[in-house]
Design a protein around this ligand. Structure first.
Ligand SMILES: Cc1cc2nc3c(=O)[nH]c(=O)nc-3n(C[C@H](O)[C@H](O)[C@H](O)COP(=O)(O)O)c2cc1C
Length: 403
């Protein structure tokens, strides 16, 4: 019988029973919700972002939008929601309650304040002393808050990342993680700045700034708030490549752990993040879509994957792919393959021919209505891969190494 792999990991000295955390978002809006999620099996949770009581917060009606549903799976989600409206005192009470009932789960307090050192010092002291295991500084929210000098306004400026990380570190009694925004030119620089300022870990990504769509009948942008909208934060499966790129860049540039976030909805997504160097993963949109219960599939899927591959623990796969992510200039320019079409599998649809003819290298021979399979002219094939991606039959077009 296969041995059950060990899913526990360490994160800034804290023990995690599995690498799945709820990120700071609607699923972590209250202590009651977090406790319910813990019962379902989440290894940890980051509270919805807590702000000083003097900072006003508005929940617009409405504040969500979506783009694309594929096989009933959500592709992209937008929100223009702000941080937690709830008073600090309420959170303190609930943090104590959560830790009393679930002492072994990782509870992280997410914080945001104006870029004034004293505000961050007070908030970091208060929330850390309430009993959380770690703090996460939200320097990444890209809507609403930046207009008021908070969130991504701070995460887009190295001087503020440094100042606010130092302020939180000064008074926090627990490790401090800095949550970064992908809406910057160089996220590695921002992560390095956080590390140099004393951060114990980073997390990425917060949402990607975008505009989800326009109602072409009413001419109103979405999500519409009394006829108008604003740029919002994108999340869900479509942001995964951006999250993965950011996490890999951060893992390459720093030597503190990075918690991976962005578009994770299956155990495979989580494995990919772990392989590129994430210490653990955080999930939001997938839980908003399907509930806390998805953690069962995440845990089982990861455990089965590890035992199928012969790994004894999750730590064995962490960062395994990272050394293979390199600069474009370091890729092998002499490596040469050509496309090869399996005559038996070809359904003579002509998709590969059209794509290669109109956007490739005119390397595919195909006669419509001839009942002959498409064929590759190896001399002309430049192995761009368009035909293999476009072909509707799995395994019909493969690669043949020629050099
Ligand atoms: C509706 C909504 C509210 C969010 N609120 C917060 C927040 O209060 N603090 C925070 O740090 N991130 C917030 N986020 C960002 C998520 O924590 C996460 O970084 C992002 O959604 C990407 O992960 P995902 O693709 O799994 O959703 C919010 C996201 C959504 C969709």
């Amino acid at each position: 019988m296969a041995i059950k792999p060990d899913l526990t990991t360490k994160f800034c000295g804290c023990e995690l029973e599995n690498p799945f955390l709820l990120s700071s978002a609607p699923p972590t809006c209250t202590g009651e919700m977090i406790q319910r999620a813990f019962k379902e099996g989440w290894g940890g949770a980051v509270t919805k972002t807590i702000k000083p009581d003097k900072t006003p917060v508005y929940d617009l009606k409405n504040r969500f939008g979506i783009m694309g549903l594929e096989d009933k799976q959500l592709v992209l989600f937008e929100n223009i929601e702000e941080v937690s409206k709830r008073p600090v005192g309420t959170w303190i009470k609930e943090i104590k309650e959560i830790k009393k009932n679930f002492p072994d789960k990782l509870l992280i307090g997410s914080l945001m304040a104006e870029p004034k050192e004293e505000d961050w010092e007070t908030l970091a002291r208060t929330v850390s002393e309430a009993g959380v295991d770690m703090l996460e500084l939200n320097l990444g929210c890209p809507h609403g808050m930046p207009e008021r000098g908070m969130g991504a306004f701070c995460g887009q400026r190295p001087d503020l990342i440094e100042k606010l990380t130092k302020a939180a570190k000064k008074t926090s009694s627990v490790p401090v993680m800095v949550k970064l925004t992908p809406n910057v030119a160089d996220i590695a620089l921002m992560a390095k700045t956080a590390q140099d300022a004393g951060a114990d870990a980073t997390s990425a990504i917060n949402t990607v700034l975008g505009l989800i769509g326009v109602d072409i009948n009413t001419f109103e942008p979405k999500p519409t708030v009394d006829g108008k909208s604003t740029f919002g934060g994108m999340s869900g499966p479509a942001v995964k490549p951006i999250g993965m790129r950011c996490v890999a860049q951060i893992a390459q540039a720093t030597n503190i752990p990075v918690s991976g976030i962005g578009g994770i909805s299956t155990w495979k997504d989580a494995v990919e993040y772990l392989l590129i160097g994430a210490a653990n993963v955080q999930v939001c949109t997938a839980v908003m879509w399907r509930g806390y219960r998805i953690v069962g599939d995440l845990v089982d899927g990861l455990a089965n994957y590890l035992s199928d591959k012969g790994f004894k623990s999750v730590t064995e796969i962490q960062g395994k792919t990272l050394p293979k992510i390199t600069a474009w200039s370091k890729l092998n320019k002499d490596y040469k393959v050509v496309a090869s079409i399996n005559k038996e599998k070809c359904i003579k649809c002509g998709v590969c021919f059209i794509d290669c003819n109109d956007a490739g290298y005119q390397a595919i021979k195909f006669e419509p209505n001839s009942n002959k399979a498409a064929e590759v002219d190896e001399e002309k094939c430049d192995a761009c891969s368009l035909c293999t991606i476009a072909c509707p039959v799995p395994g019909c077009i493969s690669w043949k190494r020629v050099q």
